[in-house]
Write a protein that binds this ligand. Structure first.
Ligand code: NAD
Length: 431
């Protein structure tokens, strides 16, 4: 009995940023900085957003409140280790008291990394997740970061995670620590008004996967217990509080994602999707994600020439994050459903499937069929083949997934290299 309690986790911890939600709340950011006593700040954004309303509104508010600022507008969409290091050099060479990040996950993640290394200089791989990096914990508090998301979205305004493509291995990895959570997330539905429909679809499907993966992740009690509380990971497995946020995110996404895709002028749909994005962020930020995300990292990292419609302002080949995740999801849920069929059925039900009389062995098929219908409605590419991958790429895709322990070990059903090869094979064609 004693050995059991020593080996298994017995506690979970919820952590999230403060969140302010409201149409027009971006205008308050200058006053926030004054109230925090911050006079000299850095503004992070990407080149496309630099001249769009979310950034203009932010800068107007800073000017009105007498805040001094320097702008870094070279955030790379789908950041890499190189683009992160450029941002780190920018922050490290300036005196600043805090950061405002206005953009999607790419911008908010880049700001988190730049702030970390400017506050606690280190070799780039020191804080990066193991086994790619050394996984050192963030040594102390970082400077305040206010995140203003413009997609709905990654939920990065709520999480202590910063993701980037590690070019030497051509696979995504990241830095994850509670101390990287923004001080405040200003969640303003006005900021997604200019989102191209395809970006609304891809980022909305990221919300959906955050919600289903955190809801179906292994229970936190099944993880090993850490030696010290500081070593308890952010991604702890499904737990009763994350479940609430993840399932509500799923319900909202199911109700509004098609409307947000069809009409960026639909205020109710836009507001509900950006709210769902933060809800899912709270859920997965504490419970974690699993195989669809773990498998997405090499799908994004090994990209050759794919360019997604709606992302025309991006100057390089890339797979939008939400697309790289959702294309794996139907195959994964058919595989994982046997580990916790009730949760897979509940997810399908929240997405609108009729599960009356559904039996446990049907759970994976029902959830994956529900997802593929939605993917077709949102004009997703028809599987990894449509991104340019073929059977000859499967070994490299598997190899790029194996180091993603931090997330893959949260799968309710363990997947070895052969299982992953089968999942990627199934994911070549989605519908
Ligand atoms: N930190 C986390 O917890 C977390 C979670 C999930 C994903 N991510 C990461 O976030 C990144 C993806 O972020 P994303 O999906 O939010 O998109 P993004 O930041 O990569 O932006 C995608 C494109 O949309 C444009 N765009 C964004 N907002 C816009 C707006 N309001 N109007 C017009 N154009 C707009 C951008 O300029 C860009 O061209 C990936 O690198 C992914 O790995 C991080």
């Amino acid at each position: 009995m004693m050995a059991h309690t020593m080996l298994h986790e017995y506690a979970f911890e919820m952590a999230t940023s403060a969140i302010r939600f409201g149409s027009g709340a971006t205008r308050e950011v200058g006053a926030d900085l004054v109230d925090l006593g911050l006079k000299k700040i850095l503004v992070f954004t990407d080149p496309n957003l630099r001249h769009l309303p979310p950034v203009i509104t932010t800068l107007t508010s800073l000017d009105a409140n007498g805040i001094e600022y320097s702008i870094f507008n070279r955030v790379k969409v789908e950041p890499s280790d190189e683009s992160m290091q450029e941002a780190i050099r920018f922050a490290s060479s300036r005196e600043y008291q805090g950061i405002v990040a206005v953009g999607g996950g790419s911008t908010i993640d880049t700001a988190k990394a730049a702030n970390l290394y400017a506050c606690y200089p280190a070799d780039f791989l020191d804080y990066v997740n193991q086994p790619i990096g050394k996984g050192k914990p963030v040594p102390g508090p970082v400077k305040p970061l206010i995140a203003i998301p413009t997609t709905a979205g990654t939920g990065s305004e709520t999480t202590g995670v910063a993701i980037f493509d590690y070019k030497p291995l051509r696979a995504k990895t990241g830095i994850a620590h509670r101390r990287l959570k923004p001080t405040l997330g200003i969640v303003d539905p006005e900021n997604t008004r200019t989102l191209p429909p395809q970006v609304a679809a891809a980022s909305g499907l990221d919300v959906l996967c955050h919600a289903i993966e955190s809801f179906t992740a292994i229970p936190y009690l099944d993880r090993p217990r850490p030696d010290r509380p500081i070593l308890r990971p952010s991604y702890q497995g499904s737990n009763p509080i994350s479940d609430i946020w993840s399932s509500e995110a799923l319900r909202l996404t199911a109700k509004y994602i098609r409307r947000a895709f069809a009409d960026s002028g639909d205020d109710e749909a836009r507001a509900s999707m950006i709210l769902a994005s933060s809800y899912a962020g709270v859920g997965f930020g504490n419970a974690g994600v699993h195989l669809p995300h773990g498998m997405s990292y090499p799908v994004a990292g090994l990209v050759r020439s794919f360019r997604a419609p709606g992302y025309e302002t991006v100057d390089h080949a890339m797979v939008p994050h939400g697309i790289s995740v959702i294309l794996n999801a139907p195959a994964v849920f058919r595989f994982t459903a046997q580990a916790c069929p009730d949760r897979h059925l509940r997810a399908a039900e929240l997405l609108g499937a009729n599960i009356t009389n559904a039996k446990a062995p049907d759970a994976g098929r029902i959830l994956s069929d529900t997802l593929t219908l939605l993917m077709q409605d949102l004009r997703m590419p028809n599987g990894l083949k449509a991104l340019g991958y073929g059977t000859e790429d499967i070994p490299a895709l598997v190899e790029g997934t194996l180091p993603q322990h931090r997330v893959t070990k949260l799968s309710p059903r363990p997947a070895n290299a052969d299982d992953l090869a089968e999942l990627f094979t199934q994911a070549l064609t989605a519908f």
